[in-house]
Design a protein around this ligand. Sequence first.
Ligand SMILES: [Fe+2]
Length: 467
Amino acid sequence: MAEKDRNQIPTADFTSDEAYLSGFANSFSSEAIAGALPGGQNSPLLCPYGLYAEQISGTSFTSPRKLNQRTWFYRIKPSVTHEPFKPRVPADCKLLSEFNQSKSSATPTQLRWKPVDVPDSPTDFVDGLFTICGAGSSYLRHGFAIHMYAANKSMEDCAFCNADGDFLVVPQKGRLWITTECGRLQVSPGEVVVLPQGFRFSVDLPDGPSRGYVAEIFGTHFQLPDLGPIGANGLAAPRDFLVPGAWFEEGHCPEYTIIQKFGGELFTAKQDFSPFNVVAWHGNYVPYKYDLSKFCPYNTVLFDHSDPSINTVLTAPTEKPGVALLDFVIFPPRWLVAEHTFRPPYYHRNCMSEFMGLIHGGYEAKADGFLPGGASLHICMTPHGPDTKTYEATIAQGNEAGPHKLTDTMAFMFESCLIPRVCPWALDSPAIDPDYYKCWIGLKSHFSPEGTKDPIEARENGPKDSR
Ligand SMILES: [Fe+2]
C-alpha cells in the first residue's frame, strides 16, 4: 500500500525478487491486506473492506480448461469508472496492428538496423514505442507486431492498456519499473516481462535513457515449449517465472489518464484515481517476468549445429502442431564442443521469418555490424547466415577448435510462421544499415573440382599434390 508521491522515484529496489510469486501458468492468489480476498466465492454481495470485484478474461469464457485464463481483482473502484475514450492528441503515432498494403511494405531484402538513439526530448515508454514490422490483424485476433522503444522518462499520471495483444518486453538498456494491477515488477536488461492483453500498467525508467524490444501477439498467449526427448527438465524452468504480489495505491488523482491501444490507435480516458487500486487478486491471467540467465541451454555434444528452436524460451502456438505464431528464442552464453563442425549458425533459408536483437555482447554469426540494441529481419525464404569474416575465421581455425565457451552474449530471435510487412518509418529510419548485404558479398568460392574430397584431412596432413 502506498500514497504515491509522483515526483519521487524510490532509490531502493522497486521490488526484490523474493517478493514475487513463482511459477508458470499457476493459479495464484495474493492480498496486500490480510483478509481482502473473499473466501469460497468470486463475487460476493459485499466484498471484504468494501472492495469491488472485477474479472479480467484473457481467453473466451468457454476456452478449454487447460487454456482458460482469467483473474479476479478486488479493487477500491472498478476500472469502468472513467470518462469516455477519445482519440489521443497528438495523433502522431508509429504503432500498427493491421499489416496491409496501406500502411506497411513487403520486402524480401535482408534488413538490419543499428541501435536506435534514445531521444533528447522528454519521451516516456508510450511515446517512445514504435512498430518495426508485423503480420495479420489485431481485429482478426491472429498475427503479431514487433516494436522497439527508446525513452528517457517515467510515465506520469497515466497508465497504458493494450487491448490488442500481449506484450513480451525485452529491455536492452535501462531497467523498467512496471506497476500493474497485480503489483509491481522490476525488469532489468537480461530479464523479459510479459504484460497480457488488457492489463493496465505504468512504466518508470529509474536509469533514465532506456531502450528495448517488444513482441506483441494477437489472439493467443505464450506457453512453455514442450520438451520432447529432452525430458522433464531443461530450457526455461516454470519456477523461474515471477509474478508480482498484490500492491495498491489510493487517493485522489485528478486528471489521471488511461491510454488505451485499440486497433493500433491510441485513445485516452480521464479518471480521478489510480488504476493500481487492486488490494487482492486471484487467478492465472497475470503479468510475469523471467531472468534469461536462468535458462538451461541444450545443444549438440558431438557434431553439427542444432536448429535454433532448441533454445526456445516461450512459444505462442497456432492451431497447427509445431507451427508458432511467435517463438521467443535466445542465444545465451554456452559451450561449443562440436567436432569437425562448422560451429556458427549454418547458412539458411526459412519458411518462417526471423527478427533478431542483441541485448549485450556480440553474436557468433556476425563479426561486425550487429550491435547491442540493433536488430535484423530475415524474412520468409530470404537467405542469411554468417558474414564473410566469421566464415573465413571459422574455416581458418580448422578442426583444431577445442571446447570453447561463448561468453558475454545474449542475442534473441522472434520467429513467426506469418510473413511480416515492414513499417515505412522503419525502412526510412536513419538507423537502417544500407550496407548490410555487403557482409556476405565477400564470400568467395572455395570450390576446386581437382581438390580433395576431404579438405580438413588434406590441410592437417599438409599439401599432397605438387600442382
Ligand atoms: Fe535462420
